[in-house]
Design a protein around this ligand. Structure first.
Ligand code: PNS
Length: 160
């Protein structure tokens, strides 16, 4: 059946840093499911449907990438999808502590699921969805930080 990895996140919105990780993951695994967390306790800028649609549009050229959303624990979603792995990007040492905690708890919940980390391309080491939203809010260009459909969606959000 091949190896399936889940690439989870908030993706509010998806950035070129995320796309770099998704693309590289799709080169290693047979199938990658990008899973958008439907986090009701946070107030996202984009609805989960908008976030899924933007990722679908920007990964349409990758035949082994699917996009979905999930609620609840990541490990339950991974098991439901019969996936073997979780893939995540690491930007800097500051990401490490939180990601180690997440990988450890997920391993405790199911030791058959491995978490794989990829070092983010150096171009995107400073990049985050929050920074993109902050820049777009004050009308600074984000054209080299996000794919074109995301830039357009940000312009529409902040124009309204
Ligand atoms: O893009 P983010 O916000 O860093 O992604 C975080 C995400 C979605 C990977 C993480 O919050 C997550 O896995 N949430 C689901 C709940 C869960 O399984 N938590 C770990 C056990 S407490």
């Amino acid at each position: 059946m091949g190896k399936t990895a889940v690439c989870p996140g908030s993706f509010d919105p998806v950035t070129l840093g995320h796309l770099d990780i998704i693309t590289r993951g799709a080169g290693v695994f047979d199938r990658v499911i990008v899973a958008v967390l439907n986090n009701r306790s946070k107030k996202p800028l984009f609805s989960v449907e908008e976030r899924v649609a933007l990722i679908r549009e920007t990964t349409a050229h990758l035949p082994n990438v699917e996009v979905d959303s999930f609620d609840g624990l990541l490990i339950d979603y991974v098991k439901n999808k019969q996936a073997n792995a979780i893939i995540k990007g690491l930007r800097a040492v500051s990401d490490f502590e939180y990601e180690l905690q997440m990988a450890s708890i997920n391993r405790k919940l199911d030791e058959d699921v491995e978490t794989f980390f990829m070092m983010t391309n150096n171009h995107y080491s400073y990049l985050s969805s929050s920074i993109v939203k902050e820049l777009a809010k004050y009308e600074a260009s984000v054209s080299d930080l996000v794919p074109a459909p995301v830039e357009e969606a940000l312009l529409r959000k902040f124009r309204n």
